[in-house]
Design a protein around this ligand. Structure first.
Ligand code: PDD
Length: 288
């Protein structure tokens, strides 16, 4: 079955889908993106992801390439054409193609690209059973991490360091010793006295859409929650830890720089939140 991608008004075979050599996304990373999960034919947190896309675009003064309801239709059409029931849909908007010049082009025509990826399960059984390891690295990113920009070089380098260390993710650490977030996920701990903790949103982190839903689900499940920064040392002494993102939901972290977290096994709070999130995501808009 052919796999399609969407580029500026056309559904094209994935291998043939291309953008202009002078696209500003390619030359300046002048663009933003979103990743939305499809689970059992339902879009997880679609509204939240499109709201954040809107915010990212406004912060960078990039116009919506199509109206939001049209984007929703394009998403559904691509999912339908690719017969996707479980996977992710990637949306990217750039300021478009123009002769290379740092300042904005006078009449920008944005670029809109959508691709999908099939996923058989969100997290391998071994990762969910045993948890994953993270390493810690200095956060070398810019000061507007709240914008979901395609300028991801620090995260690319961080993830590569994680892979080379046999870890799943790299937690980025600010100069004051506090964890900001993973390279493509938010970071969470559960303290010795059972408090669920994640960093407050600011321009130091990307405010994850999964993160926002998990905060609501924690309240609904009677899990005590505190929004604050934590250090690497505090995380190593935590009872549990996990990361959250659209593509992993909740993934237990059982080693930080090789130090076991708690008893070194995934814990009940992370497990409960993962179940709650999956249940919630399965009630999202149906794409059938
Ligand atoms: N990454 N922090 C960063 C730096 C991220 O790149 C992501 C998501 C998150 C989690 O956000 P959300 O829950 O909205 O997915 C936090 C996506 C999945 C990616 O780049 O593939």
């Amino acid at each position: 079955m052919p796999r399609y991608a969407y580029v500026n008004g056309r559904y094209l075979p994935h291998e043939e889908a291309t953008v202009h050599v002078e696209d500003r996304g390619f030359q300046f990373a002048d663009g933003v993106y979103e990743v939305v999960t499809i689970i059992d034919g339902h879009l997880a947190d679609e509204q939240g992801h499109l709201a954040r896309l809107d915010r990212s675009l406004r912060e960078l003064a990039i116009a919506w390439p199509v109206k939001p309801p049209v984007l929703r239709l394009i998403m559904r059409e691509l999912i339908r054409r690719n017969r996707l029931r479980n996977g992710t849909i990637y949306l990217q908007v750039t300021r478009g193609a123009a002769p290379r010049d740092f300042a904005f082009p006078k009449a920008p025509a944005g670029t809109l690209v959508l691709t999908t990826r099939r996923v058989s399960r969100f997290g391998a059984p071994k990762q969910l059973d045993e948890g994953v390891g993270v390493i810690t690295i200095p956060d070398i990113r810019w000061a507007r991490r709240d914008i979901k920009s395609v300028a991801l070089l620090p995260q690319v380098l961080g993830k590569q360091r994680a892979v080379e260390a046999g870890a799943f993710e790299a937690w980025q650490v600010d100069p004051d010793g506090t964890v900001t977030e993973g390279c493509s996920s938010n970071a969470w701990i559960i303290t010795g006295d059972g408090m669920l903790v994640t960093r407050a949103p600011s321009n130091r982190i990307l405010s994850g859409i999964t993160r926002q839903s998990l905060i609501r689900l924690a309240a609904e499940n009677g899990i005590a929650f505190e929004e604050r920064s934590f250090t690497v040392d505090e995380a190593k002494r935590a009872r549990e830890a996990f990361v959250s993102s659209a593509s992993t939901f909740v993934m237990p972290v059982t080693r930080i720089d090789g130090t076991p977290v708690g008893d070194g096994r995934p814990g009940p709070v992370g497990r409960k939140l993962r179940q709650a999130y999956i249940q919630y995501a399965q009630q999202g808009p149906s794409v059938r």
